[in-house]
Design a protein. Structure first.
Length: 256
């Protein structure tokens, strides 16, 4: 599966040099509703809501403390993604091929927060305790956790996001990183339409990669609101072009 990561030019060059990508932490993601999209409840009279809330919070705290995500997109052509995540088109988009055996999570987009009954999970846990089987998979529990991880507000749908959930092991400075490898292979480097990074520098930086990396530059489509593959020529400053046009029509605004 081909996926993409939008970055500022500075962070993209750092990642290319180190052959790694930053792992996003749930507590620091753009959406403050991460892990907050599902409200759990029980229909059993012997289960208090405050106990369910406490259990839910402990699960959230566990994910905050140990699990991270590679937040990626299936689409590099969306100009809004370039604006939001690649420094207003001055950044770089990295393309990766993800091996089939890597499990990829897709968001469950919802219009409003969901409610989910935890009774099947409690029953499953009780059955496993009674039988002494505490090591085998617990499908109901896994389903509950994945629902909590994947539920997002529908307004985020434009990102066309997919995620790789990963454990956060060794911290490097202030962050955790995930290495490029055969199962998460760098394939493409796409320069933003306003990206000032010289192509020659990129080629030098990519020389030590075992396989050739495709370098392209995004351009504005002439027929749709999307990015397309353009020329690798260095971009002309858009503000200079605008000034030239204004001069030609004699409407140069006075500087403020």
């Amino acid at each position: 599966m081909r996926v993409y990561k939008f970055l500022s030019a500075t962070h993209a060059l750092e990642d290319l040099a180190e052959h790694r990508i930053k792992i996003s932490e749930f507590s620091d993601m753009n959406d403050p509703f991460e892990l907050q999209g599902v409200n759990f409840y029980s229909e059993r009279a012997d289960v208090r809501q405050e106990d369910i809330d406490a259990i839910t919070q402990s699960i959230v705290d566990h994910f905050y403390g140990t699990v991270g995500a590679l937040c990626l997109s299936r689409d590099w052509k969306n100009p809004v993604l370039w604006s939001h995540y690649a420094d207003k088109h001055k950044g770089i988009c990295l393309g990766f091929e993800v091996a089939a055996e890597i499990e990829i999570q897709e968001p469950n987009y919802v219009k409003c927060q969901e409610r989910a009954c935890v009774d099947p999970m409690f029953s499953e846990a009780a059955t496993k305790r009674a039988s002494g089987d505490l090591k085998s998979p617990a499908p109901k529990s896994q389903e509950t956790f994945l629902r909590l991880l994947s539920t997002k507000f529908d307004a985020w749908r434009y990102e066309d996001e997919v995620r790789l959930l990963v454990r956060r092991d060794e911290k490097v400075g202030d962050f955790y990183f995930y290495p490029f490898d055969d199962k998460f292979k760098l394939t493409d480097v796409i320069l933003g339409v306003r990206c000032p990074v010289p192509v020659a520098k990129l080629k030098r930086d990519l020389r030590d990669y075992p396989e050739p990396i495709n370098i392209t530059r995004a351009a504005l489509s002439k027929t749709a609101f999307e990015m397309v593959v353009g020329s690798l020529d260095e971009p002309k400053p858009l503000d200079s072009l605008a000034q030239k046009l204004l001069k030609e029509v004699g409407k140069v605004p006075r500087p403020e």
